[in-house]
Design a binder for this molecule. Sequence first.
Ligand code: GTP
Length: 356
Amino acid sequence: MIAVVLVGGEGTRLRPLTLDEPKPVLPIGGVPFLSLLLDRLAAAGVTRVIFSCGYLPERLRVGIGTPPPGVEVEVVVEDEPLGTAGAIRFAAAGRVDGPFLALNGDVLGDADFGALVRAHAAAGATASIGLTPVDDPTRFGVVVCDQDGNVERFVEKPPNADGLGPAPWWVNAGAYVLDPSVLDLVPADRMVSIEREVFPLLVGNGLIACQAEGYWRDIGTLESYLAANADAIGGQLHTRLGGSPTALLVDPTATVAAAAQLIAPVSIGAGAEIAEGATIGPDAVIGAASRVGANSVVRNAVLLDGAEVAAEATIERSVVGRGATVGERSSLLDSALGTGEIVGSDQALNDERRPH
Ligand code: GTP
């Protein structure tokens, strides 16, 4: 089985974190997101993964790292963004000769892709859409099906749930199995969206949907990126991180002062240093070689590798970028600092107007 993974977006809602790093290589629980996705693809029997990208392709190549055994990786680079369908066509044409998986590369999950592949084959479908249940449909693309799973219509980001039947509502999870013939429906000369332009053409023509119950979260906003990190170390989904609600995942090369307090779940990376009196957690991920000064508080937050938080500072619902610095007694709430950014002493940053 071949998988095409879409990783070409600029991740504008996660800026400044995505100014020098594509969203899919940002770490989750200290591990590049794509590395966790590759684990999941390998478990589903995928042997070849084609990454469809355009934004910061070199950084993406580095971030992919070493694929799991038995998985071959290729990076295909678009000259300009082609939209979800255009990007799948560009990456898959000439490389697939049977049904293949196509995935949005920014969804953290643990449902079995193999189930979607099997449902597609059993139905003899042309295209199959993986669905996930949500309690609030207003931010998603709702997929309405008949009893047999045939897709009847799409309702994109409805203002409310009127006319959609009872909860939960099933929305497009960003995972598809496509017959190569679907590529012929995609015009080559412009941006094309698979959700808005291609799937509607297939309603009544072999388009099915398949409900999956596992964990699902897209990592596209600061809020969801922080939640994804907390869920991964808290064991809300199955990953190689070994997370659990009581997890204190401290790398053996990290230094944690005896008088520091760790509140689970917490992850502390290689070579990190936590000074006396600091409170780390719950839901804190401290990257490799990061430092947290005396009496500082880091909770519901992510420090990327090499970040520095000086003494008596507070970091909450925020991300401190690679090598970024927060000065003494400063507070960072609902905010993100990009790579190498510096916040001086006695500052208060609060960016509640970020996109949600
Ligand atoms: P925002 O700018 O914050 O909306 O993020 P994004 O650019 O990632 O867009 P969005 O979340 O809608 O994209 C969903 C998935 O499709 C992500 O994995 C993107 O990387 C990917 N994607 C979106 N547009 C393109 C494209 O034109 N080409 C490729 N190759 N991938 C794309």
